[in-house]
Design a binder for this molecule. Structure first.
Ligand code: ZN
Length: 243
């Protein structure tokens, strides 16, 4: 499975506290783990590369794209955002991580503001599994905890998901839909909340397990061969047809 881990890669180069946690970037931390999984072939791409590291040829060969961005969503070109969107429509999986709730590709695919409430207080979070049959939750207990996290709270302005996998509870009393899947065209989108740039969340085994599960779930699979969408009108039938 060809996986591309995309990162804005700005905090890690400008902020000492972030570099201390992710010295080679969030993308490398995640990709290094994915490389240890049999059958996974991870590549990385970052904002400041030509075409943000996502030329059409790479997108065309990517089964699942992971996206992490925070302070430079507006610097992502509309052309590349459109490229990601149409790749999802053709069947690519997209995993939007944490602050990628405001990323251009996700907002285009969901069609809402994707706004939410938040607070940086480094308190703990409990992620409850609300669909124990869901493959993305495979191997997770009733819940898992992140000891220090940034709070994201409802209302999260996204469309009702097709599949809800995790709901988070925070020490301040807030709740949040932390793991959601939407079907878009032939592809699927998974939003997964954990992962603040100053906290070592992308080294936590439960978080990495969910990301691996999500890659498998959003990756290539056999589907119906539906042709003719947007093509010529269907042939006319006589009133006797089907009797
Ligand atoms: Zn954050």
């Amino acid at each position: 499975m060809k996986i591309t881990v995309w990162n804005e890669f700005r905090h890690e180069r400008t902020d000492e506290a972030v570099r201390a946690v992710y010295p080679h970037g969030i993308h490398r931390a995640i990709a290094d783990h994915l490389a240890s999984i049999e059958g996974f072939e991870p590549a990385t791409a970052t904002l400041d590369e030509p075409e943000h590291g996502l030329p059409q040829a790479l997108i065309d060969s990517t089964d699942v794209l992971l996206w992490w961005g925070h302070i430079a969503h507006g610097e992502v070109s509309d052309e590349v955002a459109e490229r990601v969107q149409s790749a999802v429509h053709r069947g690519m999986g997209l995993i939007a991580l944490h602050s990628a709730h405001y990323s251009k590709p996700l907002k285009r695919l969901l069609g809402t503001s994707c706004g939410l409430s938040w607070r940086e207080d480094d308190l703990h979070e409990r992620l409850w599994v609300v669909d124990p049959t869901h493959p993305i939750a495979a191997g997770v207990d009733r819940y898992f905890e992140i000891p220090k996290t940034e709070m994201y709270g409802e209302f999260f302005d996204v469309p009702c998901p097709d599949e809800l996998v995790f709901i988070s509870w925070f020490a301040g009393g807030e709740v949040f839909r932390s793991g959601m899947v939407w079907k878009r065209g032939r592809g699927r989108v998974f939003y997964f909340r954990p992962g603040h740039e100053t906290l070592p969340i992308y080294y936590q085994p439960e978080v990495l397990r969910v990301i691996v599960n999500a890659c498998r779930y959003l990756g290539p699979r056999d589907t119906a061969t539906v042709t003719g969408i947007g093509a010529a009108p269907q042939a006319k039938v006589s009133p006797e047809a089907g009797r």
